[in-house]
Design a protein around this ligand. Structure first.
Ligand SMILES: Nc1ncnc2c1ncn2[C@@H]1O[C@H](COP(=O)(O)OP(=O)(O)OP(=O)(O)O)[C@@H](O)[C@H]1O
Ligand SMILES: [Mg+2]
Length: 242
């Protein structure tokens, strides 16, 4: 469904040029949960921004269902592919109520938007009582669930999650992960789950890419609950977890 082909990107500051993404290729199939792990600074968020057409590349193509995603096809792409960021508080307008926040992505849709929101609330374990609160009146976990719900209201085929659980405590992390797995099973929504929490990735992903210094160095499919990494960097990275 999503195919990232040979993406390279440099950042230049003054006369220095730094390669941030080096010939990255990856795929996410329909209904698949794919992980992307790598240390801080390895280029994960840059790649996310490139996939979501928020930043240009120097080389390479993003394909969705076989067609290249371009500035022109961006709108159609966003109906199928949504992004959710780490910081739920920053992503939510503090002066809006949850209802207003959730109405926004549906502004162009026909039909009863309130009814749609009410139907979807239970998918992220929120209730109608939450609709009248503002983000400051929610817990961190509830805020991330509102953020999640906002992204899935348009019922995308693929959700790209960039470090969405990093700022939450263990229990809430598990809650969000289980929600994502449930959504995946129920709706077939595929996930590209980007994280440096190896445990979470090992738990939820069908397939994992390992990124190091702007390049993909390893890839492994989960077989009988286990990954089989071959690159020394990934065995070191996952060593303690597997
Ligand atoms: N706009 C920019 N201009 C110049 N350099 C940048 C820019 N954005 C990111 N970088 C650099 O690119 C590299 C990759 O950053 P990126 O945010 O993609 O890493 P990351 O893997 O998401 O890290 P983290 O796990 O900490 O979120 C870093 O060295 C960063 O300093
Ligand atoms: Mg990042």
């Amino acid at each position: 469904m999503l195919a990232v082909e040979n993406i390279s990107k440099n950042y230049s500051s003054g006369s220095k040029v730094k390669a941030v993404l080096r010939a990255i290729s990856l795929t996410v199939g329909e209904g698949e949960i794919v992980g992307l792990v790598g240390e801080s600074g390895s280029g994960k968020s840059t790649l996310t921004r490139v996939i979501m057409q928020l930043e240009a590349t120097d080389e390479g193509t993003i394909l969705f269902n076989g067609s290249p995603v371009t500035k022109q096809s961006r709108k159609a792409f966003y109906k199928e592919c949504q992004l959710i960021f780490q910081n739920a508080s920053a992503a939510l307008n503090p002066s809006w109520t949850v209802r207003e926040i959730l109405m926004e992505p549906l502004r162009k849709s026909k039909g009863d938007r309130d009814a749609h929101i009410c139907r979807m609330l239970s998918k992220v374990k929120l209730t109608e009582a939450h609709l009248h609160r503002r983000p400051s009146e929610l817990s961190g976990g509830e805020r991330q669930r509102v953020n999640l719900l906002r992204s899935i209201l348009v019922e995308p085929k693929l959700l790209v999650c960039d470090e969405i659980i990093s700022s939450l405590d263990r229990l809430i992390q598990k809650e969000i992960i289980d929600l994502l797995i449930e959504l995946n099973r129920e709706t077939g929504m595929a996930l590209l789950f980007i994280a440096h929490d190896l445990q979470a990735v090992a738990y939820m992903c069908d397939r994992v890419y390992v990124m190091n210094d702007g390049g993909i160095v390893d890839e492994s499919v989960k077989v009988e609950g286990k990954f089989d990494f071959t690159h020394p960097y990934s065995t070191r990275l996952f060593g303690a977890e597997l």
